[in-house]
Design a protein around this ligand. Structure first.
Ligand SMILES: NC(=O)c1ccc[n+]([C@@H]2O[C@H](COP(=O)([O-])OP(=O)(O)OC[C@H]3O[C@@H](n4cnc5c(N)ncnc54)[C@H](O)[C@@H]3O)[C@@H](O)[C@H]2O)c1
Ligand SMILES: [Zn+2]
Ligand SMILES: [Zn+2]
Length: 360
């Protein structure tokens, strides 16, 4: 058992606080990780606002890189000292998806069995089974993915959630091909990563759509060839105009509202693909003419965590980063201390940052 500092959300809508948290020694199949850096994601704010579930208090933070400190019984594949990016989909190897050779869709992913607690013994719910705004955290060993230790933790830690979701939405789910046209609606951390993914895939035309000019400027740096300011122009008409009147081969909705999804649907060329990677609010509904769904052909897909397989994808994207082919540093808007998470939520809400990253 160790005592560490960690960021806790005690109750719905209340500001988060830095608390002393007890981290148990790793049990069978578990690992304790010394966290070096952890990004502030929109999902952490969803937790604090009670938008995920009501299992307060939450231990926040889930986009992290660090080093393995200790491992429990039966752990193979990682050892103390390894540099790892944490993932929130440790695959089981046994479920029907895993058995069919599609572990990226595993239907039974797992986390550590033991709980971290407050000093008075109150059990904490770690965000996405990670809880990494903490000096150290307890996870399932399968949540640790080894990557090249030469990489900057603030940058590669972001592969643990939002950046992977965006890259994977373009590369894994959308299967963007060389020479294709791609439109990305919403260019926050996730959408900008989708732009970067489309560039890696060799897309010829990459259209970034956002309401904020500074988001569009960053998207240009990451590979967008055209931008649409949705506060001023009609998204569907603008994307069509930029694609010879036809629409894009792949349109990625990185916002997740009925409005942006409908725009994605109509901004897509015949037989094209829509990818939904933004997470919709529970009460939202979608209405589309079924004849259009049929008549336009193609595919309407959702992207869980970028349909990534951490063991396959994290090391590859880390290597591309180290080779200068994927600018993960562009996502790190600022580095902050463990006491600054509440202020970072404010800046995220105002749209000031792609990612604030807590450095420990
Ligand atoms: N599928 C997954 O596994 C996964 C993983 C991580 C995050 N997400 C989700 O992805 C979404 C985006 O996350 P983020 O961290 O990039 O958030 P963010 O707040 O940084 O970015 C959202 C962007 O969308 C823009 N936007 C909002 N409405 C728009 C509109 N009508 N037209 C164009 N642009 C619009 C905003 O200006 C902002 O730049 C969230 O819903 C998040 O929960 C999904
Ligand atoms: Zn499985
Ligand atoms: Zn996240």
């Amino acid at each position: 058992m160790q005592r560490v500092r960690a960021v806790v959300a005690r109750a719905e809508g209340e500001p988060v606080s830095v608390e002393t948290v007890l981290v148990p020694a790793p049990g069978p199949g578990e690992a304790v990780v010394k966290v070096w850096a952890c990004g502030v994601c929109h999902t952490d704010l969803h937790y604090r606002e009670g938008g995920v579930n009501d299992e307060f208090p939450f231990l926040l933070g889930h986009e992290a890189a660090g080093s393995v400190e200790s491992v429990g019984e039966g752990v193979t594949g990682i050892e103390p000292g390894d540099f790892v990016v944490l993932n929130w989909r440790a695959v089981c190897g046994q479920c029907r998806a895993c058995r069919r050779g599609r572990p990226q869709y595993c239907f039974d992913t797992h986390n550590a069995r033991q709980r971290m607690t407050l000093a008075d013994g109150t059990e904490l719910t770690p965000a996405l089974g990670i809880g990494a705004f903490a000096d150290k955290t307890l996870v399932a060993a399968g949540q640790c993915t080894k990557v090249d230790h030469a990489a900057r933790p603030e940058a590669v830690g972001l592969l643990g959630c939002g950046v992977m979701a965006g890259l994977g939405a373009a590369l894994n789910t959308g299967r963007v091909g060389r020479g294709e046209s791609v439109a990305v609606i919403g260019c926050g951390g996730v959408g900008s990563a989708a732009v970067a993914g489309a560039r890696l895939a060799g897309a010829a035309r990459i259209i970034a759509v956002d309401l904020e000019k500074r988001k569009l400027d960053t998207a240009m740096k990451l590979g967008a060839t055209h931008t649409v300011n949705a506060a001023k122009a009609d998204t569907v008409a603008a994307v069509r105009e930029l694609t010879d009147g036809f629409g894009a081969d792949v349109v990625i909705d990185a916002v997740g509202t009925p409005k942006t999804y409908e725009q994605a649907f109509y901004a897509r060329d015949l037989a094209g693909t829509v990818v939904l990677v933004g997470v919709p609010a529970p009460e939202t509904r979608l209405e589309l003419p079924l004849l259009e769904v049929f008549g336009r052909g193609g595919a309407l897909k959702s992207s869980w965590y970028g349909d990534c397989l951490p063991s396959r994808d994290f090391p590859v994207f880390t290597d591309l980063y180290l080779q200068g082919r994927l600018d993960l540093d562009a996502f790190v808007s600022e580095t902050i201390g463990i006491g600054d998470v509440e202020a970072a939520f404010e800046r995220m809400h105002r749209g000031d940052v792609l990612r604030s990253v807590v450095v420990l």
